[in-house]
Design a protein. Structure first.
Length: 256
């Protein structure tokens, strides 16, 4: 009887030892929270990842609604107060690297880019239905965030994959040509692979949205002939058109 118990104990020890020597034994991830190791395992995970890319769009709405107006004749600050230091600096073309508003949009939009890169890094090789659409959405959103950065800071470091902070700090600013080529490449892919319409998912990216953003970027880079070609194609090939008058654009009855 003692021999049987001894053999069983030895067998159990050998089994545990054999399991502990495998790589999997040391790669167990927490089951009670999302980690880099247990996410992006299913189509639903990628959908959540892409939605996280969209979420950063609302992070700096005040920049478009308020701060940009100070660079035009729509808004003006005559005097500076404790609560308007950053806005006063922008209004008077005196902003610096320490200006808080500029720091906030830099961080927020690069967070959006990082989320897009995270999706794109993991979606390589995925073959499930809808994988290409997710990739196209992430690439369009990445182009959007980079374009926003370009309009404020000019050329910036182009980071195309998730990298460590150390690598990011050593990444130099790109050239004008590199920025334009990168944005157009992402948007061409998006325009080719996004759905034409998404009635069940209003607000998500479409072919027309990618083309319209491409045209705006081409205008920004003063490539007017190419922009005109894209815009003419949008008007000709889509079911959208121009409003009869400019005033109609701002009528609440035409709100989508």
């Amino acid at each position: 009887m003692k021999k049987i118990i001894l053999y069983m104990a030895l067998a159990a020890s050998a089994l545990i030892a054999g399991q502990s020597c495998t790589d999997k034994f040391f790669e167990e991830y927490p089951s009670n929270k999302v980690t880099e190791g247990n996410f992006f395992q299913s189509k639903e995970d990628f959908d959540q990842g892409v939605r996280a890319c969209y979420a950063m769009l609302s992070s700096q709405l005040s920049w478009d609604i308020t701060e940009l107006a100070y660079r035009s004749d729509e808004a003006k600050l005559e005097d500076m107060t404790a609560g308007t230091v950053d806005r006063f600096a922008i209004d008077h073309f005196e902003e610096m690297a320490s200006t808080g508003l500029l720091h906030d949009i830099w961080v927020s939009w690069y967070q959006g880019i990082n989320r897009c890169n995270d999706v794109l890094d993991h979606i390589k090789g995925q073959t499930f239905d809808g994988a290409t659409t997710f990739e196209a959405e992430a690439r369009m959103l990445r182009a959007w965030y980079y374009f926003k950065l370009y309009r404020v800071f000019g050329v910036v470091p182009l980071v195309k994959n998730v990298v460590s902070p150390a690598v990011a700090l050593k990444t130099p600013r790109c050239t004008q040509e590199e920025m334009k080529a990168f944005l157009i490449e992402d948007l061409d892919f998006a325009a080719e692979n996004l759905p034409a319409t998404r009635p069940a998912e209003v607000g998500r990216a479409t072919q027309l949205g990618a083309k319209a953003l491409k045209a705006k970027i081409l205008l920004t880079f003063a490539d007017y002939a190419a922009a005109e070609k894209v815009l003419s194609g949008i008007q000709t090939d889509s079911f959208y058109g121009l409003m009869p008058t400019t005033a109609d654009v701002f009528r609440h009855t035409n709100k989508m």
